[in-house]
Design a protein around this ligand. Structure first.
Ligand SMILES: [Zn+2]
Ligand SMILES: [Zn+2]
Length: 287
């Protein structure tokens, strides 16, 4: 095996399996530890069930509704007009009912795909209104699973904040946050101290959860905000960078919200299994 092939394989294993597994371990660790603390303090466990349930159900829905372009075996039912220019080839497809739909060519999939699709090099498929490939959930975020991605990040942020509060509360009982002992809240230091038997096993675990949990909390707040921003503006990070305005970008915020979340889509924030008409993805045609 060539060096580049081996390093590619390691990268693929790391990105596709290690990151989602790390994500799941962090969520499970924070949840179980929080539940343990709540039981020992005689407090209700309701939120310890509610937050992970939301996170898991949204993750399941996220996988169940990928945003890949469905492929039809039917021949293209329309007239293809190609406008050549050196930078981009615009393709308009005039359907039998005279509506004109903009398509483009994906040379990797060998398909005509709807405009605003992008080819994901990790999933090796074209994704409709690709937002980004999410390594932590292990899949692409596009038009149909965007709503689950946003609610996942939102509940992950709330659940993590809730768990961190409890874990931190217990840790302050053992180590003061002020003075020299504050160093124990820094994972590499605690790990080194544990190695020389100056910190307990549970401390290493708690500080691991606190530090990585804090990172996850910041990332989740950022991703929830970015996801809502893209949704309400009917844009994607790529389109924002390139200053591309999608058709209908003058629509109201509510229209844009409903285009992603469906009608009465705010129910999705609490009921991930809420049935709404799934966003229809235009089909791809063979070239
Ligand atoms: Zn493609
Ligand atoms: Zn992808």
């Amino acid at each position: 095996m060539l060096y580049s092939e081996a390093s590619d394989l390691i990268a693929v294993i790391f990105l596709n399996y290690v990151l989602p597994t790390f994500n799941a371990i962090l969520i499970a660790g924070i949840t179980i530890t929080t539940a343990k603390i709540r039981i020992s303090e005689g407090l209700s466990l309701i939120w310890c069930y509610f937050f992970p349930a939301q996170i898991i159900l949204n993750w399941i829905q996220f996988y169940r509704q990928p945003s890949f372009i469905p492929l039809t075996t039917e021949p293209i039912p329309a007239l293809i007009t190609k406008t050549n220019d050196l930078i981009q080839r615009d393709i308009s497809i005039t359907m039998p009912d005279q509506t004109v739909i903009k398509y483009k060519e994906c040379y990797k999939c060998d398909l005509y795909v709807p405009e605003r699709s992008h080819h994901c090099p990790y999933c090796k498929k074209c994704v409709y209104i690709l937002d980004h490939h999410c390594f932590f959930l292990g899949y692409c975020v596009g038009r149909t699973n965007m709503k689950y991605f946003i609610t996942f990040c939102m509940w992950a942020a709330i659940g993590t904040a809730y768990g961190l509060y409890h874990i931190f509360d217990v840790m302050t009982f053992y180590r003061s946050i002020s003075g020299k002992e504050a160093m124990f809240y820094f994972f590499p230091f605690t790990f080194a101290m544990w190695y020389v038997e100056r910190a307990a096993d549970f401390e290493v675990f708690y500080i691991f959860l606190l530090d990585f949990g804090l990172g996850a909390l910041i990332i989740c707040i950022f991703l929830t905000s970015m996801g809502l921003y893209s949704t309400l503006n009917n844009s994607t990070p790529y389109e924002d960078r390139k200053n591309i305005k999608a058709d209908g970008s003058d629509k109201s915020l509510l229209d844009n919200f409903e285009a992603v979340f469906g009608r009465h889509g705010y129910f999705h924030f609490v009921f991930p299994m809420f049935p709404t008409k799934a966003t229809r993805i235009p089909v791809g045609y063979r070239r």
